[in-house]
Design a protein around this ligand. Sequence first.
Ligand SMILES: Nc1nc2c(ncn2[C@@H]2O[C@H](COP(=O)(O)OP(=O)(O)OP(=O)(O)O)[C@@H](O)[C@H]2O)c(=O)[nH]1
Ligand SMILES: [Mg+2]
Length: 197
Amino acid sequence: MKVVIVSGLLGVGKTSVILKMLDPLMADGTKVAVIENDFGAMGVDSEVLEKNGMKVRDLKGGCICCTMQGSLMDSLVSLKNEYDPGIVVIEPTGIADPEFIVGSVEAFPGIGLESTHVTVVVDCERFLKVQKMFERPLKNQLKLAEVAMLNKIDTVSAEDLDRIEAAIRGLGYDGPLKRIRGDTGEGIPEAISEMSI
Ligand SMILES: Nc1nc2c(ncn2[C@@H]2O[C@H](COP(=O)(O)OP(=O)(O)OP(=O)(O)O)[C@@H](O)[C@H]2O)c(=O)[nH]1
Ligand SMILES: [Mg+2]
């Protein structure tokens, strides 16, 4: 089993991106499942994903990078036993630190883990306004990312896109930056191919 963590602050477009990642990830017949972690009681994201035919586990009421690590492991084991996916995509909460998720998944022997991968989704519409306030979670999310996806590129000018890229470099990220749209899927296959999944 490979684990792909799609990190990113609240509302950046993680679920939209995951929906558009599924076809390319499943293209060679790989079975893909999704684990959703949200604080909200609504479970909207998992409903959307399930409507699209996905196998989804919804973990609510805490963060899988800290208080709910055990629930994450339980979900991975039950997915392995019941569905045996080749890839599990995890959507953490907006403030989660992917390093803790990677650490706990890699330390857990029960799931036949092959590899872990992290990507980070950035919301171009809001990035320049919120980067200072969310500098720490942003840096944490960028630290392990194999690719940074600049999402919602339809909402900003070309100049702002260049500014955003420069700001992300300023946070110390030197990996690939891909411009994408979560609503249409533009650029997402190219972004995935930057990851060694
Ligand atoms: N304009 C535009 N809107 C987008 C794009 N991608 C996603 N959105 C919208 O952004 C909003 C948030 O998208 P979600 O996919 O729910 O974001 P999320 O990161 O999963 O949100 P949380 O799970 O609540 O943190 C939705 O209204 C999407 O339709 C895009 O490329 N362009
Ligand atoms: Mg979501």
